[in-house]
Design a protein around this ligand. Sequence first.
Ligand code: S3P
Length: 430
Amino acid sequence: MSPASIQTIRPARNICGSLRLPGDKSISHRYAMLAAIADGETKLTNFSTGADCASTLVCLRELGVGWERKENSVSIQGRGLALEAPGRPLDCGNSGSTMRMLSGILAGQPFTSELAGDDSLSRRPMARVAAPLRMMGAQIDMGTNDRPPLRITGGRLKAIDYKMPVASAQVKSAVLFAGLFATGETRVEEPVHTRDHGEIALRAFGAQVNVHGKGASMAGGQRLSAIEAQVPGDLSSAAFFLCAAGLFPESELIMSGALMNPTRARLLDVLIAMGMKISVTQLEELHGELVGTVRAQGDDLKGAVIAGAETAALIDEIPVLAAIAPCSRDGVEIRDAAELRVKESDRIAAIASNLRRMGAKVEERQDGLKIPGGQTLHGAEIDSQGDHRIAMAFAVAALRAHGETAIMGADAAAISYPGFFATLESVAQR
Ligand code: S3P
């Protein structure tokens, strides 16, 4: 393992300071994809610096989309709905968002494209996105057990009224993106409400999208217009610092420009219920997305039970919440989280095994975890399993452990947050 992929984390006294967050991953993907099929040149600032969003840009270039990137600013030349047939398979890297959401756009293109990914992505389920796109008229072949690679032959699509069996914002966005190329009104309904960045981004690019109850609908044939936008700070990245602050009663943290979309901000409610003091000021709206300044103070954390729709709303924040759970007073129970088993790693197993390495007791269930509170962690060797959120979650837990912790495979953090370890060091007081 190269030195860059091992990070040593020493215990901290508290978390203090202010920081700016990298651009939100979910919004960056969607803005880039819609910019590619819009009319005109889109200019984005604070675009996610993570490898996942870079994968989206690489795929778009292969599809004939011109773009130029300077640090975290990107300008993208829209092709007005028509992409170019790629000369080779599209490499989605580690990014499930790239593969699933781009599929929606490729389903509407009159050519064949193949989407492939790394070992982790090659194990992730794709039938959830292939099923509705086939119903709309795309031809889709998958690998064994409906895993990648995907081979999509797109063309003229017809609108569908689709009840999603799995709560997935990626699938919802893919179907709506495909709906742009369909004849008629495409409707999606989800079992529980998931993040609505797809709907908001489509509107930002000028499409008319109707939102009703647990669903959204949109007429086909609409054209998109380029935008100039700043991507809000990633709240799932902020989650690591919020949970780190929660570990120490003396912590005081300020994060400006943070995404405050209610479909993403559930962690704030959970941490407040657990005892943290969190306030949000300077709220403003950027292209339909709420952004604000978050101020958080630590406290002795109580416990939490996360279940049902709340689990879906918190899906990306569960690893870090679970990683700090042993240090809470009453522990954390997570239910209805089977989806965590098919993320970048089997996150339920990865959380349980790494917490045990740190000396904690954990009950692992098929669809969740029960982590008692009032436990003491010790430094350990953590296996990130190549999963960015596992690497970062356990760097946070390590701040409250006795002794040093080595995060093995720490470079995985760059999937969503290349500067994570440096930023963590800058706010960890010793
Ligand atoms: C995402 C949706 C979630 C989330 C992922 C990003 C999105 O995945 O876990 O990190 O941007 O729509 P699912 O759609 O698989 O739930």
